[in-house]
Design a protein around this ligand. Structure first.
Ligand SMILES: O=P(O)(O)O[C@H]1O[C@H](CO)[C@@H](O)[C@H]1O
Ligand SMILES: O=c1cc[nH]c(=O)[nH]1
Length: 233
């Protein structure tokens, strides 16, 4: 047990899929894993461990924002020895060629500042995905998928329209709120990390996915994450 995770030693798998929403953890565990078992519910942050094609997997919620994922990723890595961390999240698209339900693979994540920023001092560290996971996730895609840079924001209700304009101008694909810190922690502890993001809304058009349709779209992303984690070669 840690401050924020109630699982006993051995109850968390070396491979973790990390949705922001704890109910998405439960839904994905029940739908994709064999024999899923609730292993932690500290502060309502649900975590389930089961197997996929015989491989142990944990689905663990992270909450919203970098301070929250930083707590869970730190404890999963340092206390439970997790080796592979795949965020399965939602995002807002920032480019006109990206549609609702498309999937974005975050090759790199820009940010104004993450919980790790203070240790870099004047350096602007570039948090990047694990290439092996990225290429395997890409190969497992069954629908439209986009690979490139994203922006990890500290705010959902962002009033910096000038910032959004500059990010679009520089080819940023999407905005979300956790990946830059996840990639930074994975780099620090030599772990594998990837963010697979389903487009739930569009920053340019303001279109948004109806909640009833979210489940099907999210299933594609979980499928890609599991194949990325366990594909051979
Ligand atoms: O769907 P999740 O994984 O929570 O991800 C996105 O959704 C939340 C905002 O609504 C933020 O956590 C953002 O990163
Ligand atoms: O952080 C997020 C997530 C989804 N959509 C957004 O616009 N922002």
């Amino acid at each position: 047990m840690t401050f924020h995770i109630g699982a006993k030693p051995g109850e968390i798998a070396e491979t973790c899929l990390l949705p922001g929403d704890p109910y998405r953890a439960r839904w994905a565990a029940e739908r994709f894993l064999d024999a899923p078992r609730l292993v932690s519910e500290t502060r309502g942050m649900l975590a389930y461990t089961g197997t996929w094609r015989g491989n142990p997997v944990t689905l663990h919620g992270t909450g919203m924002g970098m301070p929250s994922i930083s707590i869970y990723a730190n404890e999963l890595i340092r206390d439970y020895n997790v080796q592979t961390l795949i965020r399965v999240g939602s995002c807002g698209a920032m480019q006109p060629h990206i549609a609702l339900r498309d999937i974005v693979l975050a090759q790199a994540a820009s940010t104004i500042g993450s919980p790790s920023s203070s240790i870099f001092r004047e350096m602007r560290f570039a948090p990047v995905a694990d290439f092996g996971l990225l290429s395997k996730a890409y190969a497992a895609a069954t629908g439209p998928v986009h690979v490139g840079g994203i922006f990890t924001s500290d705010t959902f209700y962002d009033e910096r329209t000038d910032l959004s304009d500059q990010l679009q101008r520089h080819g940023c694909l999407a905005v979300e709120m956790e990946t830059a810190e996840l990639y930074t922690l994975a780099a620090r502890y030599q772990r594998r990390a990837l963010a697979i993001l389903t487009v739930s809304d569009h920053i340019l058009t303001r279109a948004a996915l109806p909640s009833a349709e979210r489940e099907t779209s999210f299933a594609d992303m979980i499928h890609m994450a599991l194949h990325a984690a366990f594909a051979q070669g």
